[in-house]
Write a protein that binds this ligand. Structure first.
Ligand code: BJW
Ligand code: ZN
Length: 276
């Protein structure tokens, strides 16, 4: 495993199809809690316990409080240098005639806010809802998303809001209960997303894996897949993960520092990305 910027830069020069896979760690420095490790708790719950269809069926009020809290945090957050470096990389690949695809497990929308385009959101979006009854999908940035959630969702209270179902977000079309348009455990990723991801990984000769614990499938399988196809994997993470051994490069540390350094993106270019 190498952390040589020169070697990485040489691999990048020869790459024809660059894919970036990001996870919660890239947004950690924007103040958005990760799922596992520090910050992975909301009240007494492990955040992943609430990201299930079963949790929503059992207590939609509690799960909406959790997502309302996260919408509040993300609404006030800005992209960091890691997001801007990824956007700058996309621009550079376009200029050099390389294919570039960004896959993210994050639902926060910060990549698009930093200027990345055609982002494949594997696990959906915090800013869209799906009706449990008629399945209609709608964008929704209302804060709060319904009056009953106003002032709710605080992580440091033991009091559940217990909002009656009819006062939770409801569908404009059929009045059915709305849920966040996100992918929970046991749910399949959307067909179009899976197709775009398969296309991205086919023939990918350089994969950058940024800020993911690499324990959640299918994303956890992408690094081994690229490696088995003969591609190079570079990991950017503060820790080691189960995919670290698949990586030719490991840049250990905060992605806001390590991504710009490894990609040779200077302060000027980052500032320019922030302005555009
Ligand atoms: C930094 C940093 C800094 C911090 N700089 N780094 C095959 C084998 C085994 C199990 C399965 C399998 N296929 C499917 C499954 C079941 C399941 C699964 O994977 N379970 C595992 C836990 C074992 N997968 C699914 O159910 C998926 N569905 C599916 O595959 O359908 C078909 C199927 C179903 C059932 C059986 C078989 C097939 C769906 C998964 C959906 C995950 N959903 C969530 C919630 C999304 C909505 C929301 O955000 O609320 O997605 S769970 C949560 O985990 C969220 C995240 O996107 C995802 C990944 O987390 P991530 O991004 O890696 O974050 P963390 O917190 O875990 O890690 C942060 C990392 O950053 C750490 O490494 C830090 O070190 C690092 N870091 N600061 C750089 N500054
Ligand atoms: Zn509906």
């Amino acid at each position: 495993m190498s952390d040589s910027v020169e070697e990485f830069s040489s691999v990048f020069q020869h790459a024809k199809k660059v894919v970036v896979l990001t996870g919660a760690g890239i947004s950690a420095e924007s103040g958005i809690p990760t799922f596992r490790g520090e910050g992975g708790l909301w009240r007494d719950f492990d955040a992943t316990e609430l990201a299930t269809p079963g949790a929503f069926a059992a207590n939609p009020s509690l799960v909406w409080e959790f997502y309302h809290y996260r919408r509040t945090i993300v609404a006030g957050a800005s992209p960091n240098a890691g997001h801007y470096a990824v956007a700058a990389l996309q621009r550079r690949c376009r200029r050099l005639g390389k294919d570039f695809i960004l896959l993210t497990q994050n639902i926060d929308g910060l990549h698009a806010k930093a200027g990345s385009t055609d982002v494949v959101e594997l696990h959906g979006s915090l800013w869209e809802t799906r009706c449990c009854h008629c399945k209609a999908v709608e964008a929704n940035r209302n804060m709060p998303i319904c009056p009953a959630l106003d002032g709710k969702g605080a992580p440091d209270t033991v009091h559940e809001a217990n909002i009656p179902s009819m006062q939770l977000p409801r569908c404009n079309k059929c009045n059915g209960l709305l849920r966040p348009r996100v992918i929970w455990f046991g749910e399949c990723l959307e067909r179009d997303v899976l197709r775009r991801t398969d296309d991205a990984l086919q023939g990918c000769d350089l994969l950058l894996v940024v800020g993911t614990s690499a324990v959640v499938y299918p994303a956890a399988g992408y690094a081994p897949l690229v490696k088995s196809q003969g591609g190079v994997v570079a990991e950017f993470n503060t820790e080691d993960t189960p995919i670290s051994y698949n990586c030719r490069f490991k840049f250990q540390g905060p992605s806001s520092v390590k991504l710009p350094t490894a990609l040779g993106i200077g302060e000027d270019e980052l500032a320019e990305m922030k302005e555009t």
